[in-house]
Design a protein around this ligand. Structure first.
Ligand SMILES: [Zn+2]
Length: 115
């Protein structure tokens, strides 16, 4: 569960949501997330955050939701290429964020040092 859920949480930090970084710090870091309450706080925050972004751009027209898709273009391709069973969504998104960060860096969109 953590292997597929945490990349989506980490994605929120990458797209600039500082609150998730604070929650992770308060929990003592990623390695301490075995605490049920810390994990629940982070999952709760993540669900509310995603709901607020999607509600604010319900029809995906303002571009607000685009940041939520970080890692998903490549990630969905990996999931499809694996036949949908051998790689989990979160694992695919984690790899997708890495690939998309390198691609962004290559094309001058992502600042150097972020990939
Ligand atoms: Zn996802």
């Amino acid at each position: 569960m953590l292997r597929n859920g945490l990349p989506e949480v980490i994605k929120y930090a990458f797209i600039g949501e500082q609150r998730i970084g604070a929650l992770l710090s308060e929990a003592g870091g990623l390695s301490k997330l075995r605490s049920e309450q810390a994990l629940m706080d982070i999952v709760s925050w993540s669900v509310k955050y995603k709901a607020s972004v999607t509600a604010g751009d319900y029809r995906d027209r303002s571009g607000l939701r685009a940041a939520l898709n970080f890692g998903h273009t490549v990630g969905h391709a990996l999931e499809a290429a694996s036949g949908g069973n051998s790689i989990g969504h979160g694992e695919a998104v984690a790899l997708g964020m890495l690939v998309e960060s390198f691609a962004g860096q290559r094309y001058g969109i992502t600042p150097r040092g972020h990939a």
